[in-house]
Design a protein around this ligand. Structure first.
Ligand SMILES: Nc1ncnc2c1ncn2[C@@H]1O[C@H](COP(=O)(O)OP(=O)(O)OP(=O)(O)O)[C@@H](O)[C@H]1O
Ligand SMILES: [Mg+2]
Length: 323
């Protein structure tokens, strides 16, 4: 076994259900110590991918390695140091949170029961430890799921939508918890369909849509890669729009009320300003604006273009409706 093998390496993962390609050639690389976000809308293939990573279902094609070991070929041995949950953690509802963890620790063997108090404290459930798990709030249930995973002393935690369904305070608590685990050196791979839930904690993300990765990298680069957004107001916006359409490097042109919006590099925006001047169109304002990450995420996941690994504006050429 290679000691430096990354926590997660997946190549060409495919899962087909009859005619449906739930996962279509996904590559993933999660490095040690990262919090990695696996983002995409409902039905994008997140849970299916995580199931394949955990060896819970067979890939139709492709390979998975966790710390260099293949969970399909090597079974439970490959999951040494790996824990987490897919869809939702399950517990005996009539037993307390503590009792549930004690039972899991006993099943897992290896004298893990002394860790029960420690993990309960880590996820902030000490005060609710004697309460029936069935009476836990959704957020408490999610945290109990993480506690159960932590019992195994994982180096890699795989969490499917840990923050989904939580209220803002619950989401904040979940972020704090995940950051704390990351500080302790645990690599975290978590999925979410809401960028806002996870954007502050993820070092890198993969954004999936219809089973394909449409972006992989740091979120900061996603913003940078789509070019700068501009607002443009001229003496003749309709004429300006025609010129912009004919210009090179002008993307996502939208006529929005009394102004135009587009994305372009600085050089292409400069060239457009010259073209407008030549055509006798006066520029009243050409102001750079910052595209919101949420907008970019929405366009990547809801746009009409087909999957594209390049985090470029051309991933979607769908103009937004004019307000
Ligand atoms: N066992 C199965 N049999 C048939 N189709 C399945 C099965 N599991 C998943 N699918 C389909 O595969 C696609 C991806 O599902 P998956 O659960 O991976 O999406 P997801 O990204 O986790 O979505 P969500 O955000 O709703 O949890 C969906 O179209 C789903 O209906
Ligand atoms: Mg899912």
């Amino acid at each position: 076994m290679v000691l430096t093998a990354p926590p997660v390496k997946a190549r060409g993962l495919v899962k087909r259900y009859k005619d449906l390609l739930a996962v279509d050639q996904i590559d993933l690389n999660v490095n040690a110590g990262e919090v990695y976000g696996f983002l995409g809308p409902n039905g994008a293939g997140k849970t299916t991918t995580l199931r394949m990573l955990l060896g819970l279902i067979m890939p139709t094609a492709g390979r998975v390695e966790l710390f260099g070991r293949d969970p399909i070929r090597e079974g439970a041995r490959a999951l040494d140091g790996v824990a987490g949950f897919v869809e939702a953690p399950r517990f005996y509802p009539y037993l307390s949170g503590r009792k549930n963890l004690q039972m899991m620790a006993a099943l897992d063997g290896g004298g893990r029961s002394e860790r029960v108090d420690e993990v309960l404290a880590l996820v902030d459930l000490t005060d609710a430890a004697e309460k029936r798990a069935g009476a836990y709030s959704h957020g408490m249930g999610q945290r109990l799921g993480i506690a159960a995973a932590l019992l195994r002393g994982p180096e890699l935690l795989i969490l499917d939508e840990p923050a989904t369904g939580l209220d803002p305070a619950g989401i904040r608590d979940m972020r704090v918890l995940i950051r704390r685990l990351a500080r302790e050196g645990i690599t975290v791979l978590l999925s979410s369909h809401q960028l806002a839930e996870v954007q502050e904690i993820c070092d890198r993300v993969a954004i999936v849509r219809s089973g394909k990765v449409v972006y992989e990298g740091p979120l900061a680069d996603l913003r940078g890669a789509s070019g700068q957004s501009y607002r443009l107001h001229t003496s003749d916006d309709l004429h300006a729009a025609d010129i912009a359409r004919a210009a090179t490097g002008i993307h996502r042109l939208v006529v929005a009320g009394p102004e135009l919006r587009f994305q372009a590099s600085e050089a292409d925006a400069g060239a457009l300003s010259l073209a407008l001047g030549h055509a006798g169109v006066a520029i009243y304002t050409m102001a750079p604006t910052l595209a919101s990450l949420e907008d970019l995420f929405f366009e990547l996941t809801e746009g009409t273009a087909t999957g594209n690994r390049q985090p470029a504006v051309d991933v979607t050429s769908t103009p937004k409706a004019t307000q």
